[in-house]
Design a protein around this ligand. Structure first.
Ligand code: WTA
Length: 649
């Protein structure tokens, strides 16, 4: 903590957008930002109604906001079709033949879909879903590689009012089971596989395994990406292209209520069970539309590329809904950043003339490590704006991004937000906000962010506290699917009527927000949230394990690495082989991202007298090699001494 404070305080480098950039940007000056921000906070209904009006509504709302904490309804009484806004409306505004998605597969092929072609594909697939009996509000699980069909599937669900739940393709069969049984999905959309790092990810095989345990799925629609022969279960599994050939390519988008559920996306919390974050149509679309417009400053001739996977919220908001509702041209890439080498991203930027590039700090750190020869040997001069998301960016990585990728000329928008917030909440506006390496700077329009201490008082500059949002915003989560109590307890219990983000933060004297990191037992591994409790419960599922405690430790590339302390059952012998087995076991239960970097076997875990595991001590131990904090509540001192010795070895 104190290191963070010092490095923040000593960060004096300030970068202002060039006059040229500001002149063409939507928001050109801090005065304009401040005026609009003030209005958006004082009269949110007026501000957001103006934004929402830029979208297509089949029926106008009667009231912009209905707020009964902690439940918000936006654009009450309004009706719209989210998919129509992302696709159909560009057929009549001059963008019909504009590229919507320029896709590149990992093996190197590329494919372009214009808005007209995207429309045709989406309508056709909507008809496939209807033919399979999918109805409004039915849940559909999507488990896909990064191919246009992933976005088409999401849009087709939205089009017919079904609720999608996308599961990241790196998650395991067991993770699919958990999500299927929580949201009670009726259908699954997947692919025979996807290319990743030269290999094939067996998506359909994982779905098959999951469906042995969760049996209520009626239909599995399989997109043929690879073309190998795979088992198809008669009466349940169908091929996308075969079903598509049977239905019309015409479909008229019906309007749904503004508060109609749009999607459920699972994210880690502090218990073993992921939370199904529920977003609804009108507010979410307005938030993602508006943030793309102002923060990425999307213009008609931009080529935008967000490197996230559609399985994360970034892929929902900043690949699917935000960019498409803005009618921008975007690049989508299937594979790994280092395949065949670390020049791949920069090849793509050069080849398609990417102008706006949005990625994660962990990727930037991996590029720095790989060496400057990769970006140096490519022409990156098309870039005009850069963005980051997912975790705090260390100033070194920021400077490298600025100089090596941005050529010193591109503003960087460091965007802070969450699965729960739906859209970016704190970020520079590229045409006006002075940026400093490491801060997400200032709240977006309509965002009343503050940092509070335990008593609810606002913290002074440079004093650390909890990040809260004091007013509702359109793209906020509406609930945790099927668990209103957890929704209230997790987000709305700390301070009356305010949303607690779960992040620690501070402001500097200029009012910039510096995010320090999660305050709960959630790790941020390569920009992705991972609950320590999830990893612990995966470990104790293994027959050799009696008990475990999982903590994070600083990691050069991943931001945080996963360290597990494991106590085995009485008759079990510990060994390197067992550690490996446990690591793979976690990979199988959750996904590769959750595999512990290190496993330490210990005869017992440090506990309080009441039996609570003291993770704080373990965290300190793995970070510094010692424990200096208060250990008076510890039940048995020798446990820590032993671990300390063990770790030194
Ligand atoms: C962290 C990702 C610092 C934060 C969009 C948050 C960040 C969690 C930033 C949400 C940023 C995200 N600076 N920290 N620019 N962006 N975070 O739900 O801890 O996967 O609470 O959403 O990531 O992760 P999630």
């Amino acid at each position: 903590m104190s290191d963070n404070i010092e490095s923040h305080l000593s960060e004096n480098r300030i970068f202002k957008p060039s006059k040229e950039f500001s002149k063409n940007a939507r928001i050109k000056s801090m005065a304009q930002y401040k005026r609009m921000h003030k209005e958006s906070i004082e009269k949110p209904g007026v501000f957001w109604a103006r934004e929402a009006k830029e979208l297509t509504w089949q029926k106008k709302w009667t009231k912009a906001l209905d707020w009964k904490p902690p439940y918000a309804k936006w654009f009450v009484g309004g009706k719209l079709n989210v998919c129509e806004n992302c696709v159909d409306r560009h057929l009549t505004n001059g963008r019909a033949n504009k590229a919507a998605i320029i896709w590149e597969g990992e093996p190197g092929e590329s494919r372009t879909l214009t808005y007209r072609q995207l429309h045709r594909e989406v309508c056709q697939f909507a008809n496939v879903l209807l033919a399979q009996g999918i109805k409004p509000k039915d849940r559909v699980l999507i488990y896909m590689p990064m191919v246009p069909e992933a976005v088409i599937a999401m849009l087709a669900c939205a089009r017919i009012g079904a609720v999608h739940s996308v599961v990241f393709g790196g998650f395991s069969a067991e993770s699919i089971v958990d999500r299927l049984s929580d949201c009670k999905a009726k259908a699954v959309i997947t692919a025979d596989g996807g290319y990743r790092r030269g290999g094939v990810v067996p998506l359909k095989a994982n779905v098959d395994e999951a469906l042995k345990k969760y049996k209520s799925v009626e239909t599995v629609i399989v997109h043929q990406r690879i073309g190998d022969k795979i088992p198809m279960k008669r009466g349940r599994d169908v091929y996308w292209h075969e079903e598509a050939a049977r239905v019309s390519t015409k479909h008229v988008a019906k309007a749904f209520d503004s508060e109609h559920p749009l999607f459920i996306l699972y994210t880690s919390g502090s218990t073993g069970k992921p939370k199904g974050i529920l977003h609804t149509a009108g507010g979410y679309l307005t938030g993602t539309y508006s943030t793309c417009k102002y923060i990425f400053d999307m213009q008609d001739d931009d080529v935008y590329w967000c490197t996230a996977d559609v399985g994360w919220v970034t892929g929902h908001s900043y690949i699917a809904y935000g960019p498409l509702s803005n009618g921008v041209t975007q690049v989508m890439y299937e594979g790994a950043p280092n395949h065949p080498d670390f020049g791949r991203f920069w090849d793509i930027v050069e080849k398609y003339g990417v102008t706006i590039f949005y990625t994660a700090p962990t990727a930037i750190r991996a590029f720095i490590k790989a060496g400057d020869q990769f970006p140096d040997s490519r022409d990156l001069s098309s870039l005009r704006l850069l963005g980051t998301v997912g975790e705090p960016i260390n100033p070194e990585a920021w400077m490298w991004y600025h100089e090596k990728i941005g050529g010193g000329r591109c503003p960087i928008v460091d965007t802070w937000w969450q699965t729960e917030t739906g859209a970016i909440m704190i970020s520079p506006l590229p045409g006006c906000t002075p940026t400093k390496p490491g801060t997400a700077t200032l709240p977006f329009f309509g965002v009343d962010a503050a940092i509070l201490d335990e008593t609810g008082e606002e913290c002074a500059p440079n004093e650390g506290g909890k990040l809260v949002i004091r007013k509702p915003w359109p793209s906020m989560l509406r609930s945790i699917y099927g668990d209103k109590k957890r929704y209230r307890d997790t987000y709305w219990n700390d301070y009356k009527g305010m949303y607690t983000a779960g992040d620690g933060a501070r402001t500097d004297r200029q009012g910039n927000f510096w995010i320090v990191g999660r305050l709960d037992d959630v790790l941020n591994v390569s920009g992705h949230r991972l609950g320590t409790a999830e990893v612990e419960s995966a470990l104790v599922e293994h027959k050799a394990v009696a008990e475990s405690a999982v903590v994070g430790r600083p990691h050069e590339i991943k931001g945080q690495g996963v360290v597990a302390f494991v106590t085995v059952k009485g008759n079990i012998k510990t060994s390197e082989a067992l550690a490996k087995e446990l690591r793979n076991h976690v990979g199988k239960v959750i996904g590769a991202i959750a595999k512990p970097d290190e496993i330490y076997f210990t005869p017992s875990l440090p506990k309080t007298r009441s039996g609570k595991i003291m993770r704080r001590l373990l965290k300190e131990l793995v970070a510094t090699g010692e424990v200096s904090g208060n250990i008076t509540t510890l039940e048995d001192y020798s446990v820590i001494a032993d671990l300390q010795k063990n770790l030194k070895k």
